[in-house]
Design a protein around this ligand. Structure first.
Ligand SMILES: NC(=O)c1ccc[n+]([C@@H]2O[C@H](COP(=O)([O-])OP(=O)(O)OC[C@H]3O[C@@H](n4cnc5c(N)ncnc54)[C@H](OP(=O)(O)O)[C@@H]3O)[C@@H](O)[C@H]2O)c1
Length: 313
């Protein structure tokens, strides 16, 4: 099969297209012919070696974690899924490739009405956004949520899901994305290049930070007493939280719901996409051999929606 592989940490030139043997599904797994793979900021950060201290790479590796595709073969003991079914999910074996294997416990059926490119935004963006808002963040209807980077692959779905839940949504983005974030349904959109968000946001129940640095630092002041500050990208000071009577949240793999619960949420999100309650926004599609350009675009950090590798038709 054709696959993108990385043999050492470095720039986008380390993403090489190679021909390698196809994997065989083990018991409880399926082999998937991949049609679409999500390109996440994590993928290029990992390739650069940003996580090498706590999650060192085993070279060579295939980047990517989210996929949508068709089951080509089932492993021993697999009865819940069969050859030919269209599915989406996550794989630890890498997804920038024509095939991957994945355990069935992380697999969901793709509704016919969703394209593979749309479906791949569920495991890569909508599911993490759902878990961040509702599972970790505890957001409920009527609360006020501030979502930083509201236009991004993660943020655009966070805005839509929070709105669907009945929250009052404030989103930050740059000038170019203001109309886009408004159209997603945000109640207030703050152009962070033109104004300080603290001037428009206050008494917030929940802040979702995916930016870090000064943005996170300044976010403390807008959270109401007893409210929650959640950062996906940085550690938060326990002392400061105590002093200000704010709950801090750092989502981790340990706080994930069970695989059954994740499947149930994924099915619900897929149904919401089919019914048009939320939409999947694709920034740009690239073919497998254009993977270097896909990473270079993601690295700019000013995306609108998710970048997708369109691997098969
Ligand atoms: N699966 C996921 O999606 C996931 C899961 C866990 C963690 N994360 C992390 O969350 C971060 C964002 O992920 P993503 O997938 O949404 O990235 P992305 O698609 O590349 O989007 C990044 C967004 O950040 C915005 N931005 C940049 N500087 C900003 C600032 N100072 N204030 C407000 N917005 C700013 C950009 O909007 P403008 O162009 O409008 O500036 C852009 O839309 C990354 O660090 C990623 O590793 C993502």
């Amino acid at each position: 099969m054709k696959a993108v592989r990385v043999h050492q940490y470095g720039g986008s030139e380390q993403l090489k297209i190679e021909h390698i043997p196809r994997l065989n599904p083990l018991a409880g797994e399926v082999l998937i012919r991949i049609y679409a793979a999500g390109v996440l900021p994590y993928d290029w950060k990992y390739r650069q070696g940003q996580f090498k201290k706590f999650r060192p790479a085993k070279f060579p590796y295939i980047p990517g974690s989210s996929f949508a595709g068709i089951i080509e073969e089932v492993g021993a003991d697999v009865t819940e899924f069969g050859k030919g079914q269209a599915v989406f999910g996550r794989s630890e074996k890498g997804t920038y490739a024509e095939y991957t294997t994945a355990p069935i416990k992380g697999l969901s059926l793709k509704p016919e009405k969703l394209t593979f490119d749309e479906a791949v935004t569920i495991p890569g963006s909508a599911l993490p956004a759902w878990l961040t808002l509702f599972h970790n963040g505890g957001l409920v209807a009527g609360q006020k949520v501030l979502i930083h980077a509201a236009a991004g692959g993660f943020g655009n779905l966070a805005v839509q899901l929070a709105k669907w839940k009945g929250a009052h949504v404030i989103g930050t983005c740059s000038t170019n994305n203001v109309d886009f974030v408004n159209a997603l349904g945000a109640d207030t959109v703050i152009d962070y290049t033109a104004e300080r968000f603290e001037q428009k946001a206050s008494d917030v129940d929940l802040v979702i930070d995916t930016v870090g640095g000064k943005t996170l630092e300044r976010s403390w002041s807008v959270v109401k007493q007893g409210g929650r500050l959640l950062s996906i990208v940085e550690e938060l000071s326990k002392e400061k939280a105590k002093e200000r009577e704010i709950h801090i949240i750092k989502p981790s793999l340990h706080s994930m719901p069970s695989p059954e619960k994740l499947q149930k949420i994924s099915r619900q999100i897929a149904q919401m996409l089919v019914e048009g309650k939320i939409k999947s926004v694709i920034n740009k599609k690239f073919l497998l051999h254009e993977v270097q350009q896909a990473h270079e675009l993601s690295q700019i950090g000013h995306g609108r929606g998710r970048i997708v590798l369109h691997i098969a038709n």
